[in-house]
Design a protein around this ligand. Structure first.
Ligand code: ADP
Ligand code: ZN
Ligand code: ZN
Length: 651
């Protein structure tokens, strides 16, 4: 007898494909099989087994082989895959292959930690604020919780004591972190405290090592799973608690299609399992803050540093009229820090975007009247362009604010800043820490341990140094130019700038009283910078939320971004126009179509990019509308279309 199986394949087609299989082969739903699809070998997931030959007018091919000896995806993960496919506009097969490890079956002995290592580290005696949070979370009836604590206030200890209680009740825990490479210390701590039930999923594992971790989680051997974004798909059965550390981090959002957000997936999983989701950060995303203020999420505040240090004083230095990108104030502070035997971290903003109209006398920047985002200067067209709505205008020679003629489009590149700093401090030992400099295996650990041992005076870095690295001897933190993230033509730029300053500042003086932060900026009076420097967190969020409300941006309105890209600009533009016309002809009330316009980053790797922004207060209405058109639209050859619901950035 022959059986038929429906297979979900990682192709962008919203259907499953039927293959035949002799019924002597043992397999089930959730197993992977290898099949021929359009004469290519592919791996897919069995989603259905049946014995009625489908009424199709072509020959049903037999499968090539069965890969697994037990299901890789549980019925729940298949259901989650369906939800993801719909929610993020991809096929079930694409969702499932993105969610699961690619490795082939093979057994490698041993986990990441010695099996019988005793749990030595004791719990710390909690502060009153920590205690209130742990109790509130464990005894609360809600599903969503947030621990909003200043940097160094002991959020981790709250998470770990909640985890301990949940594990003791027999349930499992997932601990999500923004980037596993920077979480070495935490993983070590969790390993010693919780022992052999801890599993770590990270990107440096080979596919078969990932599969090994996956199987150990499935079997229930690992009940405490730590990992970055994709660990949210770990095949945990008895979910009790999900922890999402540094909730505001961009890295929780996938940069590739399907562009899921780990926070949204975690909410879905927690809801489906009746588990609790606990998020934490010193600088919540505006969305999360909004949920807290509306009492849709239970919030706990941690207001004191427990490691001994106080929050450092933040000094804002105005760069206007300065000739160097390292101010005399910063230079003096670096020298003092060295003389006292302490260390400095200098943060360089990598997202330096230099093509913005900028008045060198008063700091004025030209923004779009409709969108309130900075206009981008296009040299080749000699126009200032809005990348939200397509509005454009001729470049200005005079500042409309102060009448100065000293206007331009310049910014500093990080390269130049590094050269300047090395030239200014030739006698100091300087290291750079960013994704480029740590490409080589072990380079990150090497730099970090040299810095920890005091062999480095100044650590220069980009986003990496802002992320939770803790060095006891750091007294001074300098932010070389805080404005660069503000200049991004994006509605989240104020939020990012605020969070960046707060997080980077959090690296200074964690263990002693007089840490210092210097923030250099062309816009010292800018709200995000001023309020971050004064630690006026609530004030910042209130204003930002009000601004979002006025401009119809998230969290009030939601956005689905559709990006078109391809080698031939005319084809890409045409595809965008076609799509916008089709959507525009039948837009339901309350849904708004903006564009198409060229993306702020107009070309990436030879691909021209245009986007359409769809905006509405009613997400499900907007989503259904796009889902409907997505399957009906004709495909243009050579133009790729990507959907990004709730985009992190619009560049
Ligand atoms: P956060 O994650 O909020 O930035 P951490 O979890 O890194 O803060 O904690 C900062 C420091 O405070 C750590 O060195 C931690 O060991 C210490 N700490 C946390 N809770 C306590 C406590 N209850 N008593 C003493 N020290 C604590
Ligand atoms: Zn001016
Ligand atoms: Zn505009």
């Amino acid at each position: 007898m022959t059986e038929f199986i429906d297979v979900a394949l990682p192709v962008p087609l919203d259907e499953v494909f039927t293959y035949s299989m002799p019924d002597t082969i043992i397999c089930d739903i959730g197993f992977r099989v290898e099949v021929l699809f359009r004469s290519r070998k592919m791996t897919g997931f069995i989603v259905k087994i049946h014995d009625s030959e489908p009424a199709v007018n072509f020959i049903i091919k037999p499968i090539l082989r069965v890969i697994d000896t037990q299901p890789l995806c549980s019925p729940y993960l298949l259901k989650l895959g369906q939800w993801i496919a719909r929610r993020y506009f991809c096929s079930l097969g694409e969702a499932l292959s993105m969610m699961s490890p690619g490795g082939k079956q093979e057994r490698t002995p041993g986990g990441l930690f010695a099996e019988n290592e005793p749990a030595v580290q004791d719990d710390l005696a909690l502060s009153d604020e920590q205690m209130a949070a742990v109790h509130g979370i464990l005894h609360g009836k809600n599903s969503l919780y947030y621990v909003q604590g200043i940097t160094g206030s002991g959020k981790t200890e709250v998470f770990l004591q909640c985890a301990k209680a949940v594990l003791e009740q027999g349930s499992s825990v997932l601990y999500l972190v923004p980037e596993i490479a920077l979480t070495h210390q935490l993983i070590q701590d969790i390993g010693t405290r919780f022992g052999p039930i801890v599993g770590v999923i990270h990107s440096r594992l080979t596919p078969s090592q990932k599969l090994e971790q996956w199987r150990r989680i499935q079997s229930g051997e690992y009940r405490f799973v730590i990992g970055a974004r994709s660990a949210v798909f770990a095949p945990i059965e008895k979910y009790g608690l999900i922890i999402l550390d540094e909730e505001h981090e961009n890295s929780y959002k996938s940069g590739m299609s399907p562009r899921y957000h780990a926070r949204q997936i975690a909410m879905k999983i927690a809801g489906d399992h009746g588990a609790k989701l606990v998020m934490g950060s010193a600088t919540p995303s505006v969305e999360a803050y909004h949920l807290m203020s509306n009492n849709n999420m239970m919030a706990f505040k941690l207001t004191r540093r427990l490691s001994g240090g106080h929050l450092p004083a933040i000094q804002v230095v105005d760069l206007k009229g300065k000739t160097s990108c390292v101010s005399p104030e910063l230079i003096a502070a670096i020298h003092t820090t060295k003389e006292e035997g302490h260390q400095t971290i200098l943060f360089l903003n990598r997202r330096g975007f230099s093509y913005f109209f900028h008045c060198k006398s008063c700091g004025f920047e030209l923004v779009c009247k409709r969108c309130s985002v900075p206009l981008t200067f296009h040299k080749n067209k000699n126009r200032l362009v809005c990348h939200y709505c397509g509005y454009s205008t001729a470049p200005l020679d005079v500042c409309p604010e102060c009448g100065s003629l000293d206007v331009g489009y310049s910014g500093f590149g990080t390269q130049k800043i590094e050269e300047d700093i090395r030239a200014t401090f030739p006698q100091y030992s300087i290291e750079r820490l960013d994704t480029d400099s740590v490409q080589k295996k072990g380079a990150l650990e090497h730099i970090i341990s040299r810095f920890k041992r005091g062999e480095v005076d100044i650590l220069l870095g980009t986003q990496m140094v802002a992320k939770g690295l803790n060095f006891p001897n750091v007294k001074l933190v300098g932010i070389v130019q805080a404005d660069t993230s503000l200049k991004l033509p994006d509605f989240r730029s104020a939020e990012r700038t605020f969070s960046l300053i707060t997080q980077v500042a959090g690296r200074a003086g964690r263990y002693f009283g007089d840490g210092k932060v210097i923030v250099q900026t062309f816009m010292p009076e800018n709200d995000a910078i001023r309020l971050a420097a004064n630690y006026e967190t609530d004030e910042f969020y209130c204003r930002e939320i009000e601004m979002r409300r006025l401009l119809s941006f998230p969290p009030f309105f939601r956005i689905i971004r559709i990006v078109f890209r391809g080698k031939q600009i005319e084809k890409v533009r045409e595809a965008g126009n076609l799509y916008a016309r089709a959507l525009g002809s039948d837009t339901p009330p309350g849904v708004e179509i903006l564009g198409p316009s060229e993306c702020p980053i107009a070309v990436i790797a030879g691909n021209h990019r245009f986007h359409i922004l769809v905006r509405s207060e009613n997400f499900s209405l907007m989503h259904r509308f796009i889902q409907h058109y997505r399957t009906q639209m004709p495909q243009s050859r050579g133009v790729y279309i990507e959907f990004d619901p709730d985009p992190q950035a619009l560049i």
